[in-house]
Design a protein around this ligand. Structure first.
Ligand SMILES: [Zn+2]
Length: 155
């Protein structure tokens, strides 16, 4: 498993091995399009957030090498369905064709908008940008509220 620690907010995000293996299938190596989806956890009120499920891209998403836009209706249906299975929506993931990904200005705006618009009870939402490298710890993980991103470091 991989753990990322956010010092500013004192929250640890845990990615179990099975989730990481699933995410690595979408690593954006050469010629692959951006992929993305939703992040879910089983314990939204803990300060050790365990990512219990990730959704995969759907055929209705808009994808290119430098762009990924999930279909909103499908996303909402997925959030509702998983809620009934005990998985709580906690954020979004996508890939970049970068070894050490950094969020674009659009990424920052999108995740802060998600925090503001989503119907959730969280103090933040998680953004994950999956590295193109095999080493998942190079991925970008941060917590976002309506204004700021608080980056998390691999432990
Ligand atoms: Zn991005």
């Amino acid at each position: 498993m991989y753990k990322f620690q956010c010092n500013e907010i004192d929250i640890t995000i845990i990615f179990p091995t099975s989730v990481v293996e699933n995410l690595k299938k979408f690593r954006q190596t050469i010629f692959k399009k951006e992929a993305g989806g939703l992040l879910f956890c089983s314990n939204p009120n803990s300060n050790q957030i365990n990512i219990s499920y990730i959704s995969s891209p759907s055929i209705y998403d808009i994808r290119s090498k430098y762009f990924f836009k999930p279909d909103e209706k499908i996303s909402q249906a997925t959030i509702d369905r998983l809620f009934h299975q005990g998985h709580y929506y906690v954020g979004d993931w996508h890939t970049h064709p970068e070894k050490v990904p950094t969020p674009s200005e659009q990424d920052k705006k999108t995740i802060c908008d998600i925090y503001i618009k989503s119907n959730h009870h969280l103090h933040y939402v998680i953004i994950l940008i999956v590295s193109s490298e095999k080493d998942f710890s190079k991925s970008y993980v941060a917590l976002a509220d309506g204004n700021n991103l608080y980056s998390c470091r691999p432990m």
